[in-house]
Design a protein around this ligand. Structure first.
Ligand SMILES: N[C@@H](CCC(=O)N[C@@H](CS)C(=O)NCC(=O)O)C(=O)O
Length: 202
């Protein structure tokens, strides 16, 4: 199997962390979808990474599909509860974290346009999503050790990737001071080799 990634994508980082936690042997191919010579659209019509290319040539996207597939591949380090309410809770954390990333990436791309084309109202709308998502994450994490129940799951990985992306691209958002419990959680995640080995490279 081959995972197509970029070294800064938080969605790709989520898939890479899951692959490492599951101890899956994968080939990795760096292909930045914004580059003119990218081959990503050959694998994913949406032109987005990550993409997982299976041994039979079939391709999987997006990151949520990929991580669920990887988790089912082996019983090592189960990251998704089998079913029921705990599974739904993990998936909702993932939706919240991915949604935060969506808003942050939207701002990042908008800020790359010439200043005359940038829409400040649109940017403010995205900041609103990020700020509300952070507040809900902090509130729901509270004093707990992990996002869902008593153990490390995909929910923690997704949140860690979202916070890592903010740390990388949005030094103006001071979530570490505003939400010490998110900072504590992030630091704990950074102790894992899967997080260390996937720190974004700019
Ligand atoms: N929902 C998708 C989002 C993937 C995504 O937007 N990836 C970005 C890189 S961070 C990308 O490939 N963008 C290229 C584009 O939008 O054309 C996922 O979870 O995989």
């Amino acid at each position: 199997m081959k995972l197509i990634i970029s070294l800064t994508s938080p969605y790709a980082r989520k898939a890479r962390i899951v692959a490492l936690e599951k101890q899956l042997t994968l080939d990795y191919e760096v292909d930045v979808p914004w580059n003119a010579d990218t081959h990503v659209p050959d694998y994913n019509p949406l032109g987005k990474i990550p993409v997982l290319v299976l041994d039979d040539g079939d391709t999987l996207y997006d990151s949520r599909v990929i991580v669920e597939y990887m988790d089912r591949l082996s019983p090592v380090s189960r990251l998704l509860p089998q079913e029921g309410r705990p599974l739904t809770r993990v998936k909702r954390w993932e939706a919240l974290a991915d949604g935060l990333i969506d808003a942050a990436v939207t701002i990042f791309l908008e800020r790359k346009r010439s200043s005359i084309k940038q829409d400040e109202e649109w940017i403010a709308r995205q900041y609103g999503k990020i700020n509300r998502a952070l507040a809900v994450m902090a509130e729901q994490l509270g004093d707990r050790l992990w996002c869902v129940d008593e153990g490390y799951t995909l929910a923690d990985i997704a949140v860690g990737c979202a916070l890592g992306y903010l740390a990388l691209r949005f030094p103006d958002i001071d979530w570490k001071t505003q939400y010490p419990n998110l900072e504590r959680h992030y630091q704990k995640l950074l102790e894992r080799s899967s997080f260390q080995d996937t720190i974004p490279v700019v």
